[in-house]
Ligand binder design. Structure first.
Ligand code: HEC
Ligand code: HEC
Ligand code: HEC
Ligand code: HEC
Length: 144
């Protein structure tokens, strides 16, 4: 599942994901793990635009472009010396809900971020890339 250097993930979590991780703490486990208990939501997410945003980068030959990866992958990390990594291609469950290892153990509403607030979306839906973004309207279109 990991694409490059796992050491960097922790640094990134501290720097970039803090607003998302108010309740979801732990390590990334991957969408396949979430599917084992949330198969209906997984099936819906697979049909959502977020599950194929990496393809858009591949089409434009930007799949290694560090300027694009933060918003088209999950768990992106940058060391600041040009070394980058990410956990999964596309926008997967843990991008909005936070790393889920603690939740997989708890199997309850604890240790996971419900993610239902604007700050979760606007780390990517900024005006440069998403000028039409409106939280209520985009939520209505469905996240999964
Ligand atoms: C072993 C089973 C299991 C796995 C694996 C699992 N969950 Fe859950 N999840 C649950 C249960 C049980 C609940 C609580 C349902 C309830 O009480 O309504 C839950 C609830 C949730 C909620 C709702 C929290 C809330 O505050 O309402 C979210 C979001 C969630 N899971 C996301 C995930 C994500 C993301 C993954 C993968 C990282 C995942 N789950 C993996 C069992 C699991
Ligand atoms: C700050 C986050 C962010 C970054 C960085 C980013 N994107 Fe995106 N991108 C988005 C969002 C959000 C959308 C969806 C916009 C919408 O539909 O409202 C999007 C949509 C797209 C689309 C489809 C819609 C369109 O505008 O054509 C393409 C293609 C795309 N991005 C390519 C790229 C490339 C190439 C890069 C790097 C040069 C990049 N993105 C960097 C957030 C980002
Ligand atoms: C783009 C962000 C985003 C992604 C990606 C995402 N979710 Fe969610 N998820 C949300 C939001 C926002 C809510 C709260 C919806 C609401 O309150 O109406 C939610 C709610 C949930 C719930 C609670 C549902 C309920 O009815 O109580 C579960 C479980 C869940 N997500 C699991 C997942 C799983 C599993 C994946 C990956 C297959 C996933 N999510 C991907 C944003 C996301
Ligand atoms: C990690 C970055 C990221 C996050 C977080 C994110 N999105 Fe997105 N979103 C994207 C990208 C990239 C696309 C472009 C997909 C495409 O054009 O195929 C997109 C597309 C969408 C679309 C489809 C737009 C269209 O033009 O069809 C909706 C709706 C959407 N997002 C809603 C949300 C909501 C609501 C949240 C917060 C709960 C959220 N997104 C969080 C990056 C993100």
């Amino acid at each position: 599942m990991k694409r490059t250097i796992s050491l960097l993930i922790f640094c990134f979590a501290a720097l970039f994901l803090i607003p998302v991780l108010s309740t979801g703490a732990g390590e990334y486990v991957g969408a396949g793990e979430c599917k084992t208990c949330h198969s209906d939501i997984y099936a819906a997410w697979e049909k959502n635009a977020h599950s194929s945003v990496f393809d858009i980068l591949v089409e434009g030959e930007h799949e290694d472009n560090a300027n694009c990866l933060p918003c088209h992958t999950t768990g992106f990390a940058s060391a600041g010396d040009g070394t980058i990594s990410y956990e999964e291609k596309n926008i997967t469950c843990e991008n909005c809900h936070g790393p889920g290892s603690g939740h997989v153990k708890s199997q309850s509403k604890t240790a996971i971020d419900r993610g239902d607030r604007e700050e979760v979306c606007v780390k990517c839906h900024i005006s440069d890339w998403s000028p039409a973004f409106d939280y209520e309207e985009y939520m209505e279109r469905g996240v999964h």
